[in-house]
Every structure is written in C-alpha cells, then in structure tokens.
Design a protein around this ligand. Structure first.
Ligand code: ADP
Length: 454
C-alpha cells in the first residue's frame, strides 16, 4: 500500500488552507500598510498646511520674518524649504528661507498622478504646497523623508510578523490535517492488513473509530459489506466441498458394487442382479444431483417472464396429476379463482417441490392441505402437512444448498438437500416471499406470498 504524499487528503487540505492563509495574510498586510501609510501622509499634509498658515502670519511689512515663523511653527522646520514672491511698488521681491536656493537648484522629478509630490536630492520625496494670498505667492516644500522612514520600519516589522504567522499557520494546519486524516489512514491500514492476510472468516471486521462520524459510518458500512462477502465466499467454498462430497458417495457405492461383481460375480451369479439394482439407484441419485446443480447454476444468470397466472386453475391441474404419485390425500381449499403475477412454469416447479417435501417428511396416512386465498394486494398459497415438522433453528438453514436436517438423514429419506435451494432461487426470480410456520398440532406450513400485479 503506497500512499503518494502529494495525493493524500492531509496534503490536499494543507495545500488548500495554506493558499487561503497566504491570501488572507497578504490582504491583511496590504490593508495595514495602506492604512498606516495613509495616516502618516495625511498627518504630514496637515503639518504642511499648518506651516503655510504660520508662514502667512509671519509675513509682516511685505517681508517674511523667518525667526518668528520658525518659533510659531509647531513642527520642525529643519527639512522645510520656503519661497515667497511678492510685488511691491511694481517691483518683484523673492524671499527664500535658509538653504532653499541650494535646494531648488536640484531639478525635481515628478511622480505620475501625484502632482503635489516631487522627488529631489537623491530620491528624497517632498510635498509641494502653493498658495496665493493678497498678491503674495507662498511655496513650501515639506520633506516626506520621515514618513518614508517610519513606513519602511513598519513595513519591515509587518513583513516579519506576517512571515512568522504564516509559517506557524502552515505548521499548525499540517498537524491538524494529519490529525483529521488519521482515522482514514488507520482504516486503510486495517483494510490492507486484511487483504494481505488473505484468510477469510465470518468475524473479520475493521476496527470502528469513534469519530469523525463520516469515517465511523463508512467503517460500519464496510464491515457489513465485508461480512456479506465473507459469508458468500465461505458459502461458495462450502458448496464446492459439499457438492464433491455428495457426488463422491454414489460413485464410491457404484465402484464398490462393480468390484464386488468382478470378484464374486462368476462364482455367485445371484448377487449380480442385486448389485446392478444398487448401481442403478446410485447412478440415478447422481443424475438427479447433477441435474439439480446444473439448474441452480443456470438460475444465477436467468431472467423470467412473468404474467398474470390463474393460480386456482394451475393448482387444480397439479393436484389432479400429482395425487397419483403420492400416498397422502391432497386437499385443495379455495373460495374464488385467484390470479398472481408470476411465471407459470416456475410456480409449478415450486409447488411440486414443496408437495414432494410435504409428502416425503409426513406419514403416508396423513393429509396435505393446499390453501389459496387473498390478503390485501397479495395472493397467499399455503402447503400444510402433518409431518415431522421443522424447528425454528432449522427454518433459517433449510434453504441453504445441501442442508439436510439430521432427522431426514437418519430416517434415510431420499433427497439431495438442493430442493429448497432451487425453490428459494425460483421464488426470488418471481418476487415471491416464502415463510415457514408450524402446523398445529404437528407438521409444517410453507406459505408463498405472491404479487397480484407487476
Ligand atoms: P431434500 O432433498 O433433503 O428434501 P430440501 O432442500 O428439499 O432437500 O430440504 C432441505 C431439508 O429441509 C430436508 O432435508 C428436510 O430436513 C427439511 N424439510 C424440507 N421440507 C420439509 C417438510 N415439509 N417437513 C419437514 N422437514 C422438511
């Protein structure tokens, strides 16, 4: 038993959950990064607006007061550059805060879709804010360096946390998947062991796990199937051995008589006739046995054509012809003519086999009753004898092939043990149910329950 690891349901579960976990981790990480980034950028833009307001307040006498601006500003102005343009007496005046001229010498790179962002000074981002008020144009460049730095740190922390939780998640999922899969793996192992052992017995069963419910149910179903298959295999084996045994008995008897004739036939010709009589009856027994076996095996593949059959008329015919061949009196009891949906020939064979048994296992002086009546949508045919009867334990066994009750054997009543097996098969093919009841005070009652329509 080789279970390819990548195909096992544990690895399938692990792969699916890892993909889901991966997607969730990435989405969570991205949302966090976007949220934090947005907050940082927003705070920086607020700062830039604050700086712009304080700059406008410190523009006194048409001139910016850089000292007042720096002290009035509630944020650090070290990385901030300002340019103010005013026209006084029709003359242009441009004012720069410290280091702004040098800063503006570097050509800015624009970031597409973000017009307010400029990249200067070796890829340092700046937020560029412009406002015109009372003929004065104010321009501020606020560095985004701290934002990108914080964002970078947060991003790295997020990445480490995400990676760690992803790896822990993968480990937990794989342990959980294996745990969930264990009952199935155990079930496969037990089945494999039974397969390897190759020995069948009625009680070969798989251990039933308590959970999960699906595996418990599957194991129970499997055990039932196993029981049925084991029973069938054992029955088949038994059948072959019984059939060989039953065939060997008449052959041994025939050979015994042939040898007896060969040894003593010349000196004692009077024994030849008696021995030939034995040979004749034993070979007849063998012939019947082989015919019954053939019929049984043919029935495995047989399908029957069923029709509406006048059962009353059929039984009248059977009673008429069969009465001559048995000593018991046949008593056919019926009120109205009744029809059943069966195969006429099959029903005739069933009735004759049951009458044959009723006659064999009853005293010659007794009566055999055939009762026909209807019960709801079924036609009931009872064959009631006053014979030796059948115990409850035997009732379950007598339909098995070659089964003969000991009493039948000891009383030397002829038979093969196949008659009722054939009856059972024919009844199944015709959807006829057979029940056995006890007759009072003595004997058996075989009840055929037949359908009246398809
Ligand atoms: P057999 O050839 O031995 O009659 P069957 O299959 O017809 O084989 O019957 C199986 C066994 O069931 C018989 O050997 C007999 O012991 C028992 N049996 C069948 N029919 C009756 C009956 N009407 N009364 C008592 N025993 C019966």
């Amino acid at each position: 038993m080789k279970l390819r690891r990548s195909n096992s349901s544990a690895s399938q579960i692990t792969i699916s959950y890892v993909i889901i976990l991966g997607i969730i981790t990435v989405i969570m990480g991205l949302s966090l990064a976007v949220g934090v980034g947005y907050q940082l950028v927003d705070a920086k833009i607020q700062d830039a607006n604050g700086l712009m307001n304080s700059l406008q307040r410190s523009f006194i006498d048409d001139k910016p007061d850089w000292n007042q601006w720096r002290t009035n500003s509630n944020v650090n102005t070290k990385d901030t550059f300002v340019r103010v343009e005013s026209s006084r007496n029709n003359k242009e005046h441009i004012y720069y805060s410290a280091n702004t001229k040098g800063f503006l010498k570097n050509k800015p790179e624009r970031i597409p879709f973000f017009n307010a962002l400029e990249v200067r000074d070796y890829w340092r981002p700046y937020y560029h804010l412009t406002e015109v008020s009372k003929g004065v144009r104010y321009e501020i460049w606020v560095s985004f360096h701290s934002v990108t730095h914080i964002f970078h740190v947060i991003f790295n922390i997020l990445l480490i946390v995400m990676l760690a939780s992803f790896l822990i998640g993968v480990g937990l999922i794989s342990v959980l998947a294996k745990h969930l899969n264990r009952p199935l793996v155990n079930l496969t192992r037990s089945t494999h062991k039974i397969n390897q052992a190759g020995k069948l017995s009625y009680d070969t069963q798989l251990p039933i796990p308590n959970k999960p419910q699906e595996v418990t149910d599957l194991t129970k179903e499997f055990n039932q199937l196993l029981e049925q298959l084991n029973h069938k295999a054992i029955r088949d084996r038994q059948f072959v051995s019984d059939a060989s045994h039953e065939l060997r008995t008449p052959i041994t008897a025939i050979r015994g008589h042939v040898q007896f004739i060969q040894r003593h036939g010349k000196e004692h010709p009077e024994i030849v006739g008696r021995s030939l009589g034995y040979i004749d009856s034993e070979s007849l027994r063998m012939q019947k046995l082989i015919e019954s076996l053939l019929r049984l095996s043919r029935m495995d593949k047989m399908t029957v054509k069923r029709d509406l059959v006048d059962v009353s008329e059929l039984l009248n015919n059977i009673v008429g012809t069969y009465q001559e061949s048995i000593p018991q009196k046949l008593d056919f009891q019926h009120d109205v003519p009744l029809n059943a949906f069966v195969n006429r020939d099959n029903l005739e064979q069933i009735v004759i086999a049951l009458l044959n048994n009723a006659s064999k296992y009853s005293d010659k002086t007794t009566r055999i009753v055939i009762r026909l009546h209807q019960k709801q949508d079924k036609v009931l045919l009872e064959i009631i004898d006053q014979g030796i009867g059948i115990t409850d334990a035997e009732k379950k066994e007598i339909f098995e092939r070659f089964y003969r009750v000991d009493k039948a054997r000891t009383q030397k009543i002829p038979g093969t043990g196949l008659g009722l097996a054939i009856v059972k098969k024919l009844a199944e093919l015709n959807k006829i149910e057979i029940k056995i009841a006890d007759n009072q005070p003595q004997g058996s009652n075989f009840i055929l329950i037949m359908p009246i329509n398809n």
